[in-house]
Ligand binder design. Sequence first.
Ligand SMILES: Cc1cc2nc3c(=O)[nH]c(=O)nc-3n(C[C@H](O)[C@H](O)[C@H](O)COP(=O)(O)OP(=O)(O)OC[C@H]3O[C@@H](n4cnc5c(N)ncnc54)[C@H](O)[C@@H]3O)c2cc1C
Length: 381
Amino acid sequence: MEKFDVVIVGARCAGSATARLLAQGGMRVLLVDRATFPSDTVSTHSMAFHGSHLLQRWGLFERVVAAGTPNTHEATLRLGDIRLDRFPAPATSPGWIAPRRTVLDHMLAEDAQQCGATLWDNTTVSGVLGGERVAGVTVRRADGTSADVAADLVVGADGVFSRVARAVKAATLDERSSAMTGSYAYFSGTGLDHNRLVLADQRAVLVFPTNDDLACIAVGSHHDDDFAGTHDEAFAAAARTLTPEVADAIGAGRRETRYTVFKPQPSRVVTSHGPGWALVGDAGLYMDPVTGQGIGNAFLGAQLLADTVLSGHDLGEYQARRDELLQDMFEITAAVSRMEWTNDEVAGEFMRFRAAAEATLAEVSRLWTNDLPSTAHAARV
Ligand SMILES: Cc1cc2nc3c(=O)[nH]c(=O)nc-3n(C[C@H](O)[C@H](O)[C@H](O)COP(=O)(O)OP(=O)(O)OC[C@H]3O[C@@H](n4cnc5c(N)ncnc54)[C@H](O)[C@@H]3O)c2cc1C
């Protein structure tokens, strides 16, 4: 049976980032994903400030921008009846980016391989090996053949519906319902060249300029009636009521993709370590997308998990530090995603969000400057 130090299931934000760090630290890492790359996934992609910081630390922020990802430094906000033009990104942040997942995830998977990890794409993990202690995985290849792979550590970076989490019976520690349903699509020719966020009338409109001169535009609501007709009608109605300039921009532009519809998923914290296994990214901690933290949190989890493994510390330390760092944002995200706020309350919610985002950026910048990561290889997992 083939043997690796670590098998990581899922090769997007959480998995590839963890793989690059562990491989750089000298570990023999196998990254497995049923997808092939480049490929898209259901996600808008505005990156949290702490995510941009870590991406820059890994030498990838500039590469993402060089791949044609707009980097904007300000946003237009409408929060209830308050409008804020030219609202700046924090001075310490490298900027606001929203790279298409086709671009970002492909770059992360390639980077992991350049750092020494092995990628088996088009390969599904169908089971986890071992008894009390996880000892590897069973993989099923595209040609229908299966194989067992042994590992000292199996990392589930396989998203919110994680098979690894189910296999190890990872307990849910905290769960908060969300009420936000919505859809997004990509538009050309809108002239929308910086981020816009509208939270009003218990609805959300988000605009992110992205690769290929497109704008990603999302509408979220907890009013089911909003999506009773076509998505074009829902978009036009929400944009017209909430932000006429975005409605005009949509009217002037052209929709280049189909709408991707998303339904509410509870925000959740799951036990993220056990004998021979760990969970990272959405598999271990999922936040509703309304605050756009998932990609940055996946990077943060990857850095924390890799540091813990490479320093030989107990994996409980990884989870404790992750949950402490993200607790405030988890609470705020859960509150906003219930979509029960009034127009009078929403500016206050946003300011709490912004304070938590700046605090996370400050702490992540303090913990991980641009020093080279540790190369110790002393896994005690
Ligand atoms: C509608 C929506 C909008 C969002 N908008 C934003 C946003 O603006 N900003 C932001 O930061 N976050 C956003 N998010 C959240 C973000 O998408 C996630 O937090 C992020 O993708 C988590 O990365 P991950 O690597 O943990 O998981 P994923 O990106 O879900 O990757 C998991 C990978 O695991 C693979 N996999 C799963 N099971 C198996 C298996 N058995 N065998 C092999 N491979 C497997 C999958 O193929 C996939 O490639 C949004 C999410 C949604 C749903």
